[in-house]
Design a protein around this ligand. Structure first.
Ligand code: PEP
Ligand code: MG
Length: 758
């Protein structure tokens, strides 16, 4: 295909006045916006867009496309491979000549701007840009004051910016194909700005009808990059009056170096530093333009502007994304201010009013779309957690209750943030970033997704076939449907305690209030929801395992023993063996489930140390009418003792051993898993932990015992690679990680196969 139209393909460039918003797939987000502004009669500096087709033509006609996409098809967790991929992409794009017909058309368009004398701004305009996921947007490049001589090279630089390490990583993580993303380039006459800045046509946090203008001397880069404090003007849109003027001390400005044409930073002359940048007339012009832009787009706008010789130009206009629907007129302070940092425990971004939850009776106050802020969540908070859009806790680590449940609900969460309950105010609008672990002031509304975004999103991503089974962890039955939809090979861990504690009663109190049969049925119903959803895929159900401090928060918890260190105390199988009459109810629930035909249910005992624990549990199972010889049952390996006793436990009859790396790590390294002060020492990939696991897998393989992992580390690529290499039978991951783990397992299995034949 050529770009000269001889075979019917599109022109390599489109002028701004030929473009409308629906051309976004050809001109990218920025290009479409400039076209739309031009069409609306707004003063936009003239320019053209080098279209996405031109980028395609370039890579396809020169034949670099295959090599390019092969080069970036890498394991993005391998930082060396990422760096090499970026370098290779750059070498291919920058080192390949632009086809002559394309080159001459671009230069001809340039020559039409100011007779070939123009200094232009060259910016990339990606078709994915409007996704505005913080980690993607803004990664492409901008070049200012570009001349004819450098134009083609700068355009290629913009194309190459599609393959920075971050962009490659991001697309891999999101499952976007590298060959499904296109890039356009904006070439626009530079406005050699005397003054420039930004304008919000409504208050960016509260949405109040006020226009906010920020202004500084010189080119706008100084304001946008934050390297200068600009003047600030507030105009009341109802009265059209300027109600606030704050003149800043503007020490520097960005200007074009007349000799080199480059953008440089210079000091502002003394007499201008504290001088007001905009006069009333300019403010009026800006307000009028802002109102026109808002009317055209029918929503509040965030505008970049510049003036030259008293004439105002608009460089960019886009919807304000920070106004909260819940805004109550109160601004939340400077938008984007980081208020708290913690651990990113459940991915995603959510904004909403903070609801400080200090006591159980306050849960009602958490409504749809709120952000729960609490010391630590408890199982009875699950209904409120479901209503909320996000969760912040003062305490806890990646395997705390809040982290586990938030992941299953798909709600972003930041845990171990320290002082959230004290520092945040009830109703304050905040944004939490569950990847970065940050809490910031103000709101970010999700961007509308454009068609071009949809088109690169894998519609029905194919599940890779793997020899190692990839399962999913479920703690709350309500998450079963979401979990089953991942295509996982079964449930590697269904935690029974979440079902019981969500009633907000300890087992003893529940039985006291409702009777033994109701207690058994509560368990049956919870398990059944999940077993139904997955049938015939296996569902490993773990008997009760909650430490006394978790029980204490429930009704009836006052009778729990006070323990110096609950993590080393009365929990898991120890408690069950100590209270066989209570344990019998759990076993009776299994008996009923099997009787109902749920032969996909498997039984798993937590926190066993040795074969004695196992034998006693098995005997109780038998006495409850569950035949260990025909049912699939096994243990969690969560203590070094268990890892070292695996052979004897095999002799006691277990069918499987599942590594609970949350506990195995805490007990091997003596690092409390819920203590944020030592969170940096919690390392599931510590050689000691890996050795315990590796040796146990080897023993299990010798004795035909299936092995699995159901701790949080099963979602980590490094652990996945290790386990596949060791020959583990199954890996159970968090819902959000299942697809990535499937791919990681497949890659590792293929690598092992290749290695074996090489
Ligand atoms: C573990 O210890 O790894 C595990 C999965 O169990 P829990 O997190 O419930 O203790
Ligand atoms: Mg455990």
């Amino acid at each position: 295909m050529t770009a000269d139209g001889t075979d019917g393909s599109a022109e390599p460039v489109l002028w701004l006045d030929e473009i409308r918003s629906e051309d976004i797939g050809t001109v990218g987000g920025k290009g479409a916006s400039l076209g739309e502004m031009t069409a609306a009669g707004l003063p936009v500096p003239p320019g053209f867009i080098v279209t996405t087709d031109t980028y395609r033509t370039f890579i396809e006609e020169t034949g670099i496309d295959e090599e390019l996409f092969d080069a970036v098809d890498i394991d993005s967790d391998d930082s060396d491979a990422l760096a090499a991929a970026e370098a290779k992409a750059e070498e291919l794009i920058l080192g390949t000549e632009m086809p002559e017909d394309v080159r001459s058309k671009i230069l001809a368009a340039y020559d039409d701007l100011d007779d070939g004398e123009a200094f232009v701004a060259v910016r990339s305009s990606a078709t994915l840009e409007d996704l505005e996921s913080a980690s993607f947007a803004g990664q492409q490049d901008t070049y200012l004051n570009v001349t004819r001589e450098d134009l083609i090279d700068r355009i290629k630089d913009c194309w190459a910016s599609l393959f920075t390490q971050r962009a490659i990583y991001y697309r891999n993580e999101q499952g976007f194909g590298h060959d499904a993303v296109d890039i356009a380039v904006v070439v626009q006459r530079m406005v050699d700005a005397e003054k420039s800045g930004v304008m919000f046509t409504s208050h960016p946090s509260s949405g109040e009808p006020k226009i906010i203008i920020e202004a500084a001397w010189g080119l706008g880069e100084a304001v946008v990059s934050g390297s200068v404090s600009p003047d600030n003007y507030v105009i009341d849109r109802e009265t059209d009056e300027t109600v606030e003027v704050t003149v800043a001390d503007k020490k520097i400005k960005m200007v074009k170096d007349d000799e080199t044409g480059e953008t440089i930073e210079v000091e502002v002359p003394e007499d201008e530093r504290n001088t007001q940048v905009l006069d009333e007339e300019e403010l009026d012009q800006l307000v009028e333009l802002g109102e026109r832009a808002e009317a055209h787009y029918d929503e509040p706008q965030d505008v970049e502007w510049a003036t030259i010789d008293g004439e105002v130009f608009m460089l960019q206009s886009r919807p304000i994304t920070t106004i909260s629907e819940d805004a109550d007129g109160e601004a939340d302070g400077p938008d984007g201010n980081v208020l708290l940092n913690g651990l990113g425990a459940s991915p995603g971004i959510a904004s909403g009013p903070a609801r400080i939850v200090g006591a159980l009776d306050q849960l009602d106050k958490v409504g749809e779309g709120d952000i729960i802020v609490t010391e630590m969540t408890t199982p009875d908070m699950v209904p409120a957690m479901k209503r909320a859009d996000g969760i912040i806790t003062d305490e806890g680590g990646m395997t705390s209750h809040a982290a586990i449940v938030a992941r299953e609900l798909g709600a972003p969460a930041v845990v171990g943030a320290g002082v959230g309950t004290k520092q945040l105010e009830d109703g304050q609008i905040v944004t939490i970033d569950g990847d970065k672990g940050s809490v910031t002031a103000g709101a970010v509304e999700p961007e509308e997704q454009t068609d071009s975004v949809e088109s690169v999103r894998p519609e029905n991503p194919v599940k890779p076939m793997t020899a190692t089974e990839v399962k999913v962890n479920v703690s709350i039955p309500e998450a079963a449907e979401r979990a089953a939809a991942t295509g996982a090979d079964g449930v590697g861990l269904l935690r029974m305690e979440h079902m019981i504690l969500s009633t907000n009663k300890t087992p003893e109190r529940y039985i006291e209030d409702h009777g033994e049969d109701a207690y058994v049925e509560e368990i049956v119903e919870g398990v059944r929801t999940v077993a139904d959803e997955f049938y015939p895929r296996p569902v490993r159900v773990r008997t009760l395992d909650a430490p006394t401090d978790e029980f204490r928060q429930m009704e009836g918890g006052e009778d729990e023993p006070h323990e110096h260190n609950p993590m080393l105390g009365y929990r898991g199988i120890r408690r069950s063996l100590d209270r066989p009459e209570l344990f019998a109810h759990e076993l009776e629930a299994f008996r009923r489930l099997f009787e109902m035909g749920y032969d996909n249910v498997e039984i798993m005992f937590p926190l066993v140390n040795d074969s004695e624990d196992v034998t006693r549990a098995r005997n109780l199972m038998e006495s409850a009418g569950v035949d260990p010889a025909i049912r699939t049952w096994g243990v969690m390996v969560e203590t070094p003792a268990a890892a070292l006793s695996i052979e004897e436990m095999g002799e006691a009859g277990i069918d499987f051993a599942s590594f609970g790396t949350n506990d195995l790590t805490q007990y091997t390294l003596a690092v409390d898993r819920n203590n944020e002060h030592v969170a940096d020492r919690f390392d599931e990939l510590h050689p000691a932990v890996l050795q315990l696991i590796g040796d146990a897998i080897e023993t299990c393989r010798e004795h035909d015992i299936a092995t699995g992992i159901c701790g949080q580390a099963g979602s980590k690529p490094g652990m996945v690679r290790f386990l596949v290499g060791e020959g583990v039978s199954s890996i159970s991951a968090n819902i959000d990680a299942v697809r990535d783990v499937q791919h990681e397992v497949k890659r590792e299995e293929q690598k092992l196969l290749l290695d074996s034949v090489r």
